[in-house]
Design a protein around this ligand. Structure first.
Ligand SMILES: [Zn+2]
Length: 346
């Protein structure tokens, strides 16, 4: 894997949210160029998308229509995206090297956001066990996030038919409330809503609870906004600290981002966030457009510069204290709103 040196260097654990030094800027540029060379040499379909020396930004939907896999010689694992109705899901191959960089990158993201415990913790997953069926990538992502601490316990409160088992979730939380270990709850926002609605009375906890919502975005849950869900959970999960963050990511992009407490996705050192207008022009902070993401960790697909189907805007000077620019997710740009949450309920 000598060809991926700059990319591997970029993926090394480091401080993620400090103002970029010239050296870090240069390393990012080198790593992106290395990804260009790597994919162009091994992927004829991708090479055809280049116009001269201009790197194409790949619309994320193109991965569903065109075979854009870059051949890699390593073993790995196939994961699928949540799919968008008629066009179906994208299958993405995670080779060992890519997986290693992604795991390293995600661990650093979790540590920097305070979502890491060296003490054993208990995990309640509001998503199906990905080992029991063929589920969209989010199920695997949530399971991988349990690397945030040594696992004292792991319970899936959503069955393989994607039905939330409220009774199991409440029984589990009630039992764990008596124990000293920290609790993590990860899952689709729609299931957090179902949990919030199902809790019959407040449960008192001695330990902090940290949660990550994702997959079902604002407006996609059946009745409540994310803010209302969190408020209701806060009333019924009485703990010294309830910290529930949002997640943004997709199977075609190597990383999933954790929001800050104010719901903003800050740009880490190994990625670049852009928002672009109708003519693909780069927009200023505060202007609404399509989210474009750059990160060169994948060797198996040329996804280092993609344009998503999500609307967002960039921002600066977040009130949380993180000095790095951030991305605000505003919703899906397509009419297939909430496909992930809808599939979970189907
Ligand atoms: Zn912030």
């Amino acid at each position: 894997m000598q060809a991926l040196t700059a990319i591997d260097q970029l993926a090394r654990p480091q401080k993620l949210y400090q103002p970029l030094t010239q050296e870090q800027q240069d390393l990012f540029t080198q790593a992106m160029q290395q990804a260009d060379v790597w994919h162009k040499a091994r992927n004829a379909n991708y090479a055809k998308l280049w116009v001269g020396e201009q790197r194409p930004s790949i619309p994320v939907g193109l991965f569903k229509k065109l075979d854009l896999a870059t051949s890699v010689e390593q073993e790995g694992q196939w994961l699928s995206s949540s799919g968008t109705g008629k066009t179906g899901a994208t299958e993405v191959f995670f080779d060992k090297g890519s997986m290693q960089r992604i795991t390293q990158g995600m661990l650093a993201l979790f540590i920097e956001n305070g979502f890491y415990s060296s003490q054993p913790a208990r995990f309640l997953l509001l998503s199906p066990n990905p080992q029991l069926g063929d589920f969209p990538g989010y199920a695997t992502a949530f399971l991988k996030f349990t690397a945030a601490a040594p696992n004292k316990a792991l319970v899936f409160a959503v069955n393989p038919e994607a039905v939330f088992d409220a009774e199991l979730a409440i029984k589990t939380l009630t039992t764990w409330a008596q124990e000293p270990e920290p609790i993590f709850i990860f899952g689709l926002t729609v299931f957090f809503e179902q949990l919030a609605l199902a809790l019959p009375q407040p449960i008192e906890f001695k330990q902090p609870i940290k949660g990550i919502t994702g997959g079902g975005w604002k407006g996609l849950t059946k009745t409540m906004e994310r803010g209302q869900i969190l408020q209701r959970l806060a009333q019924n999960l009485q703990t010294p600290m309830l910290d529930i963050r949002d997640m943004y990511g997709m199977t075609e992009h190597p990383l999933h981002y954790l929001s800050c407490p104010l719901g903003h996705f800050h740009q880490p050192v190994y990625s670049r966030f852009f928002v672009q207008g109708a003519n693909q022009q780069e927009l200023e902070a505060g202007e609404q457009g399509l989210i474009r993401l750059q990160n060169p960790f994948f060797a198996s697909i040329p996804a280092h510069d993609i344009v998503t189907e999500d609307l967002g805007c960039l921002g600066e000077h977040c009130g949380c204290g993180n000095t790095q620019p951030y991305l605000k997710f505003l919703g899906r740009a397509t009419t297939n709103e909430g496909i992930c949450a809808q599939e979970a309920l189907a």
